[in-house]
Design a binder for this molecule. Structure first.
Ligand code: ATP
Ligand code: MG
Length: 341
């Protein structure tokens, strides 16, 4: 798949997965990396003096949140409000991701960028502007399509990408997916965090909980009730650390995604001819960070029991599959699909 000709050394192919919470990059020189999708600018003169830099990206920005104006530009997968700050932040994020790929001096950059389906619909121009500054040629593709390409699952399949801001569905039937092949739900990982936060705050009113702490619990123990595992965490209750079993709260928060996923899947599939529906049902893949919730695939199939049998599997390597897919697309795509910047 990769180019080994002399010309390929003059070109660095880069695949980028631009996400609400995390963005990843994979390049034809073998490098891959990811960052939290946060950008911060020092708040004032003192902050700039202390931080000794003009812009902070990823964990660096998060850790210095008190000294920077922190922006998470891709809320719900869309450049928020289309304000110039968000656009500027996306620009910084892209520049940083390309730097992480370490292009050589003078190398041309061919970037394929996977963006949430919704962003592609609403905000194509803003994203193109943000990326265009750093790339010689550019291709924007919808995120689930990049994942499908990575899996080689281009026919009779459905990808369900469970991210932070959105869950994106995409049915593949052997061609580039169109709008009618895609759906987007605005209840995803962030929604689970909010649910878990309020369930735990209700039960432990004397424990100071933070969004980050709750998200960490979810990422460690995330599971649906079908998974029937049990776990406890150490919580500071009125200043004293105690271990509490919070299995039920975590299960309830994670279960909350299941009905909407099942419903949207049925709604999307019902538009296809029966033969295609049958085939797709047995090739459903869960992608994105949320696909790592234990028991989720099984819970979705159970919720769909009355509609018959479904085969749903979480993919391997959910953190990089979007960026790797975009990279493969960048390497395989004929000239006419590229836009010169
Ligand atoms: N092990 C895990 N178990 C459960 N959830 C997880 C796990 N790891 C990450 N997540 C959640 O997955 C979400 C991030 O996934 P991902 O990186 O695919 O999203 P994104 O691409 O940034 O968002 P979007 O696709 O909405 O733009 C977050 O809500 C995160 O908390
Ligand atoms: Mg994503």
């Amino acid at each position: 798949m990769s180019n080994t000709s002399h010309a390929s050394d003059e070109i660095l192919h880069i695949g980028i997965d631009l996400g609400t919470s995390r963005s990843a990059v994979a390049a034809s020189n073998g490098r891959r990396n990811w960052v939290h999708s946060y950008v911060g600018w020092p708040r004032d003169f003192v902050a700039r003096r202390m931080l000794k830099r003009d812009v902070l990206i990823g964990i660096d920005a998060i850790e210095n949140r008190n000294s920077v104006n922190l922006v998470r530009p891709l809320e719900y997968g869309v450049i928020r409000d289309g304000t110039s700050t968000d656009e500027k932040a996306v620009r910084e994020l892209i520049s940083h991701l390309i730097e992480l790929a370490q292009p050589e001096e003078g190398q041309k950059i061919y970037a394929a960028v996977g963006v949430p389906a919704e962003a592609l619909r609403v905000n194509k121009l803003a994203i193109r502007n943000a990326v265009g500054e750093w790339a010689d040629t550019l291709m924007l593709v919808s995120e689930p399509f990049a994942v499908a390409y990575r899996l080689g699952a281009l026919n009779n399949t459905c990808i369900i990408d469970i991210g932070a801001g959105t869950i994106d569905f995409c049915v593949m039937h052997g061609t580039m997916p169109g709008e009618e092949d895609q759906r987007s739900l605005r209840t995803a990982g962030d929604h689970i965090d909010q649910q878990l936060f309020s369930l735990l705050s209700e039960r432990f009113p004397n424990s100071p909980l933070s969004e980050t702490f709750v998200r960490e619990i979810k990422e460690k123990y995330g599971s649906v009730s079908e998974a029937s595992n049990q776990f406890g965490v150490r919580l500071p209750i009125a200043g004293k650390f105690e271990v509490h079993d919070i299995t039920e709260e975590v299960h309830r928060a994670c279960d909350s995604l299941v009905p909407a996923i099942a419903e949207t899947l049925i709604d999307l599939l019902s538009g296809y001819e029966p033969m295609l529906q049958e085939r797709v049902r047995n090739n459903i893949y869960l992608a994105g960070g949320g696909s790592q919730i234990h028991g989720l695939a099984k819970a979705i199939s159970s919720a769909l029991e009355e509609y018959g049998h479904f085969t749903i599997s979480p993919i391997d390597d959910p953190l990089f599959s979007g960026a790797e897919g975009a990279l493969s697309l960048a390497q395989d795509m004929p000239e006419e699909y590229w836009e010169s910047m």
